[in-house]
Design a protein around this ligand. Structure first.
Ligand code: SAM
Length: 205
């Protein structure tokens, strides 16, 4: 199953231009705004789980963030981001792993996940994700997470997704995490389509 998942995502990143996929954002504005609101120092550690080829890491390197990790199941996705960052790629820790099988060896101040958790459609996958999340965070850590909203698409990249409103998403991480802020976003795809996202900011107790 994991190999099938990895092969799916490897193929996506090998065959599609980064700026043609439905989740592409020229600027990761919701994530940057959420981070701005938290007023964290650039020394804070951040992991972008399922970060793919997102330019969030580029923007954070530009802002002087010094402890950045990008994890993704697809090595070709990380290769795109590394090539784009050029010499600055050395400033980032890159990890190829299935988050639902991964055991972090350290904690992060910020756990960021845009459009990854919603692919975990089985309860045991979500439990494994929570185990990774709890191992990779400590009291005071923040989670910034976005999934498709209840009126968002039923599939992404050809795969089924689980859609959430704020209460349901927060409930997935309760009681270890409490909901601090939530909002909806209408994402415009490169093809001009609209996708409803649910964003949550949670704090670890
Ligand atoms: C819809 S894309 C979002 C990418 C990125 N977060 C963004 O906002 O541009 C989903 C990403 O999650 C990755 N992914 C899917 N399942 C994963 C898993 N179980 N573990 C780690 N990464 C995964 C995919 O390779 C892909 O890069």
């Amino acid at each position: 199953m994991t190999d099938a998942k990895r092969e799916h995502w490897d193929e996506v990143y090998r065959t599609k231009a980064t700026d043609s996929v439905s989740w592409y954002q020229p600027i990761p504005e919701p994530s940057l705004k959420a981070l701005d609101a938290l007023q964290l120092p650039a020394t804070a550690s951040l992991i972008d789980v399922g970060g793919g080829a997102s330019s969030l890491v580029d923007r954070l390197v530009e802002r002087g963030w010094s402890d950045l990790t990008v994890l993704d199941i697809a090595a070709p996705a990380l290769d795109v981001a590394k090539a784009r960052l050029d010499d600055d790629a050395m400033r980032v820790t890159w990890m190829v792993a299935d988050v639902a099988k991964w055991r972090p060896w350290r904690c992060y101040d910020v756990w960021h996940d845009r459009a990854v958790f919603h692919f975990l459609t089985e309860p045991e996958q979500r439990l494994a994700y929570r185990h990774a999340l709890e191992a990779g965070t400590a009291a005071g850590s923040v989670v910034i997470i976005a999934t498709f909203a209840p009126d968002g698409p039923e599939r992404c990249s050809g795969l089924p997704v689980q859609r959430y409103d704020a209460a349901a998403l927060a409930a997935e991480f309760s009681p270890a995490f409490t909901l601090e802020r939530d909002w909806r976003e209408e994402h415009t795809t490169p093809g001009g389509g609209r996708q409803s996202f649910q964003w949550c900011v949670l704090h670890r107790r």
